[in-house]
Design a protein around this ligand. Structure first.
Ligand SMILES: NC(=O)c1ccc[n+]([C@@H]2O[C@H](COP(=O)([O-])OP(=O)(O)OC[C@H]3O[C@@H](n4cnc5c(N)ncnc54)[C@H](O)[C@@H]3O)[C@@H](O)[C@H]2O)c1
Length: 447
C-alpha cells in the first residue's frame, strides 16, 4: 500500500520512517525545499534516537522517498497522512491555516478513492471541517470535468482522525511501541485500511481505541492537558516544599506508589515546555471557552506553568543578592528536555530571556540544541562544554535534564565558578552531597 505523509516535520518524518519500516511504501512530502534536499542527500532534519539508521535502511530498501511534489504524491497514494503544524494563534486557539491549505491541495489532486488521515493535533470538529473543504473542491472539480466528460463521478474519500502520542526524545520507540492507537472515523472501509496499516502493532497486542473523529480529537487534548496538569501539580507541591522544608522527591515517590496515581510525570522542575503541552493546553482552554465552558482547572495550570519560570528566576536572584545586573550566569541545557534539539517553548530559553531582561550575561552549553538556540538568541556566549560554560560565572544553573549533566566533575566546576552556587532546576543532584562538597546548592522542592 502506498502512503503519503504531508508535512515532514517531527511527527511526519518519524511517522513516515516507521511506517516504511512496517513494510509500507511511503512518500514524505514537505513544502520546505531545504528540508527535502537535506533528507534526499542522506541528512536528517531533526535529532531523534535511532531515526537516522531507520531512514537509511528504508531509503536503501526503496520504501521511503522524499519530495516537494504534493500533487504527484497524493495521486500515487491510497492513504494520505496530514502531519503539518497547528501552532497557536495570539489568543491561544489552534491555527489551522496549514492543515486547511493542505486539504485544498489534496482536493485538487484527488484522482481516486483516498483515506485522508489527520495526525496533527486539532480541535474538535476539524475532521468535519476538512471533509467540507475537500468535498467543496472535489465537487467543483468534478463539475468542471463533467462538462467535457459527462459520465465522470466525483471522487470518493474518507476522513480519519488518528492523533499521535509520541514523545520527542523517544519518538521512534514510542511510534513502534505505543500505549494505544486511536482511530476516529465513521467509515468501516477507512477503518479496515487503518487496521491494515497498523497491523504490526496489532500483532504486539497494542490496544486500539476505535471511535468517531470528534472523540479521537478530544482524546489527544485530554491526554496532553492531563499530563501538563500532573507536572504542574507536582511543581506546586515542590514550591510548597521550598517554603516549608519538605522533600518533594519523597512525596512524589510516595504518591507514585499509589497505583491510582502512577510515578510518571511527577518530576518537579521549571515547568512543562516543548512544542505540544503549552500550545495544546492553551488550545483546549480556548476551545472550551468558545463552547461557553470556562475550564477553570486548565486556566490554573497554564497560569501556574508560566509562573514556574518566574519562580526559578527568583530562586537565582535570591542566591545572587537580589540584583542580577552585570552578573554572569552559566546555563547547562537549552533543549526543552533531554535527547532532543528542540527548543520550542523550552523552559531554559524562557528563563534565559527573563534573565537577559535583568541585565545578565549568559554563558551556555547544550549537547544538541545550540544551533537552534543561536537562531533566536545569537548573542549568548555558546561554550564547548560544561566546564568552559562554568568558567568565571557567578552561578551554574542546570536547566535541562541531560544525562551527561548528572555526573559532572563537581570539584572542577567549583574551582571554575566565581562563587560555588549551583541551582539545579532538574533535581539531578542530592542536596547533601553537594553541600558536603562546599556548594551553595538548591534544587526544586528540596531545601
Ligand atoms: N512534535 C511532537 O512531539 C508532536 C507529538 C504529537 C503530536 N504532534 C502534533 O503533530 C503536528 C505536527 O507537529 P510537528 O512537531 O511535527 O511540526 P513541525 O513544525 O516539526 O512540522 C510540520 C511540517 O509541515 C510542513 N508543512 C506545512 N505546510 C505544508 C504544506 N502545505 N505542504 C507540505 N508541507 C507542509 C512544514 O514545512 C514542516 O516541515 C502538530 O499538530 C503537533 O501538535 C506533535
Amino acid at each position: 500500500m502506498k502512503i503519503s505523509i504531508i508535512g515532514t516535520g517531527y511527527v511526519g518524518l518519524v511517522t513516515g520512517t516507521c511506517l516504511s519500516d512496517f513494510g509500507l511504501d511511503v512518500i514524505c512530502v514537505d513544502q520546505d525545499e531545504t528540508k527535502i534536499s537535506l533528507l534526499k542527500s542522506g541528512g536528517v532534519s531533526i535529532y531523534e534516537p535511532n531515526l537516522e539508521n531507520l531512514i537509511q535502511k528504508n531509503v536503501s530498501a526503496g520504501r521511503l522517498t522524499f519530495t516537494t511534489d504534493l500533487e504527484n504524491a497524493v495521486k500515487q497514494s491510497k492513504v494520505i497522512f496530514i502531519t503539518v503544524g497547528t501552532p497557536s494563534n495570539d489568543d491561544g486557539s489552534a491555527n489551522l491555516k496549514q492543515i486547511e491549505k493542505v486539504a485544498q491541495q489534496i482536493a485538487t489532486s484527488i484522482n481516486e478513492y483516498k483515506v485522508i488521515v489527520i495526525k496533527s493535533t486539532v480541535p474538535i470538529g476539524t475532521a468535519t471541517k476538512i471533509k467540507e473543504i475537500i468535498n467543496k473542491n472535489v465537487i467543483a472539480k468534478s463539475e468542471a470535468t463533467r462538462q467535457s466528460q459527462p459520465t465522470s463521478k466525483p471522487f470518493d474519500f474518507d476522513i480519519v482522525s488518528n492523533p499521535e502520542f509520541l514523545r520527542e526524545g523517544s519518538a521512534v520507540y514510542d511510534f513502534t511501541h505505543p500505549d494505544k492507537i486511536v482511530i476516529g472515523t465513521d467509515s468501516p472501509k477507512a477503518l479496515k485500511i487503518m487496521q491494515e496499516i497498523y497491523r504490526p502493532l496489532y500483532l504486539i497486542d497494542t490496544p486500539f481505541v476505535i471511535t468517531n473523529p470528534e472523540t479521537a480529537e478530544l482524546i489527544k487534548y485530554a491526554c496532553n492537558a492531563f499530563l501538563a496538569t500532573k507536572i504542574t501539580f507536582i511543581n506546586e507541591i515542590a514550591n510548597l516544599c521550598d517554603k516549608v522544608g519538605g522533600d518533594v522527591h519523597q512525596i512524589a515517590k510516595a504518591m507514585g506508589l499509589d497505583g491510582r496515581i502512577s510515578p510518571k510525570f511527577l518530576h518537579p522542575g521549571p515547568g512543562y515546555g516543548g512544542s505540544c503541552f503549552p500550545k495544546d493546553t492553551e488550545a483546549l482552554f480556548h476551545f472550551a471557552s468558545t463552547c461557553g465552558y470556562d475550564f477553570k482547572l486548565l486556566k490554573g495550570v497554564i497560569f501556574a506553568n508560566k509562573r514556574q519560570r518566574e519562580l526559578m528566576v527568583d530562586k537565582i536572584k535570591q542566591h545572587l543578592g537580589g540584583n542580577l545586573k552585570g552578573k554572569t550566569i552559566a546555563v547547562l541545557g537549552l533543549a526543552f528536555k533531554q535527547n532532543t534539539d528542540d527548543i520550542r517553548k523550552s523552559p531554559s530559553i524562557d528563563i534565559i530571556k527573563l534573565l537577559l531582561k535583568e541585565g545578565v550575561n549568559i554563558r551556555c552549553f547544550d549537547p544538541l540544541a545550540m544551533d537552534n538556540a543561536k537562531k533566536i538568541l545569537p548573542d549568548l556566549a555558546y561554550c564547548q562544554d560544561e566546564y568552559k560554560t562554568a568558567r568565571d560565572s557567578d552561578t551554574l544553573v542546570i536547566a535541562t535534564e541531560w544525562n551527561q549533566f548528572r555526573n559532572l566533575d563537581l570539584l572542577k566546576i567549583k574551582k571554575l565558578l566565581k562563587s560555588p552556587i549551583l541551582l539545579d532546576l532538574r533535581n539531578l543532584y542530592e542536596p547533601a552531597t553537594l553541600k558536603s562538597l562546599g556548594f551553595i546548592y538548591e534544587g526544586v522542592g528540596r531545601k
